[in-house]
Structure formats: C-alpha cells, structure tokens
Design a protein around this ligand. Sequence first.
Ligand code: NAD
Length: 181
Amino acid sequence: MGIGLETCILFAREGANVLLSDISGPALEKALETLKSKVPDAKKLDTKITDVSKEADVEAMVKHVDSWGGLDVIFNNAGIMHADDADAIDTPEKIWDLTQAINVKGVWFGSKHAVLSFREHGKKKASVINTASVVALVGAATPQLAYTASKGAVLAMTRELAMVHAREGFRFNALCPAPLK
Ligand SMILES: NC(=O)c1ccc[n+]([C@@H]2O[C@H](COP(=O)([O-])OP(=O)(O)OC[C@H]3O[C@@H](n4cnc5c(N)ncnc54)[C@H](O)[C@@H]3O)[C@@H](O)[C@H]2O)c1
C-alpha cells in the first residue's frame, strides 16, 4: 500500500524489474493489478509474501530475484505504527517489541540479505533505501514512543551501514518523510 506501492510504480516506469513484497497476500494481488494498469509496458513484475520480522522470509524474498540477475536496489519500507503505541507510561511492552521487530529488525534483515546478495552477484554498485521518518529527527507531539524509537534506530543504522559498505559501492540512504496521506 501507500509509499511502497507508489515506489513500485515509479521503479516500473523507470524500466526496473520489480518484486513487490508485503505480509498481506490480498494486498499484494491488488497492488500488482494497480501496477499493471498504471504501467502497462512494465518489465518483469512479481509478488512475494514476506514478513520482514522473519529472517527466513527476507532471505527467500531476496533469493527470489537471483534468477533475474540478482538484486540491485532494495527498498526496506514496510513499517507499522500501532494504534496502542503511546507515551512512556502507557505503551504496552508487547507493542514496543512488535514495533521494533518489524520496523528495526526488518530493516536489519533487509540490509543484511541485500549485502549478501550484492556480494554473491559481484555487484559493484547497488543501493539500499530504508524508510525512517521525520520523527527520527524531531520526535512527535502525539505520543508514539515505540514508533519514534524505531525510526531513530533505522536512521542511525542506515548511517553506519553507509560508512561500512561505501568502499564496496553499496549506497545506503534513509528517507525521513513528514506525514503523508
Ligand atoms: N505515511 C506517513 O505519513 C509516513 C511518514 C513517515 C514515515 N512513514 C513510513 O513509511 C513506510 C510506509 O508507510 P505507509 O504510510 O505507506 O504505510 P502503509 O500502512 O500504507 O503500508 C505499510 C505496508 O507494510 C506492510 N507490513 C506491515 N507489517 C509487515 C511485515 N511484518 N512484513 C511485511 N510487510 C508488512 C503492510 O501490510 C502495508 O502494506 C513505513 O515504514 C512508515 O513508518 C510513513
């Protein structure tokens, strides 16, 4: 949905082969339909159900494009802001853990398997794009502490990955969008 689908449309328009991934199968089918109608001359398109908080799922997602020549760009964008996320007092621990598992661990797994794939396929140039948020920079006046902490982690992790992998030609960038529809 949202930013992920719009990004897939832009990548397809630019002539990329695009693998759409999401935890929801029905959402993926709908997204693929929309993508095909918006970009009728798109190249290779496929879908893969993936729970980004599960490393085996992320590994399988990345391996899915091995036969396409391997990964060139990964967009680690899946994320949640749970309705029960609140302030320091009222955020339930299970909501904290769920938010970090998807928003932070998911980005780590995506980055890890992207680097492994880039190396395996001998890529000299590749790109990892992680979605953080403006709240990573300035916080939020409406309490959503688990989400804000998770996006701070995504931004910090991306900065370090960018330095660690620069000499391999692998770029890491984080987006910090303000609220979008
Ligand atoms: N919309 C905004 O205002 C805004 C602002 C700043 C940052 N962001 C970030 O941008 C990203 C996309 O946001 P959006 O507004 O397009 O959200 P969205 O809810 O429209 O899309 C998020 C998608 O992630 C999927 N998802 C949820 N859990 C998953 C999991 N475990 N594994 C795989 N997929 C999973 C959902 O099914 C959904 O399709 C998120 O990381 C969000 O935090 C959004």
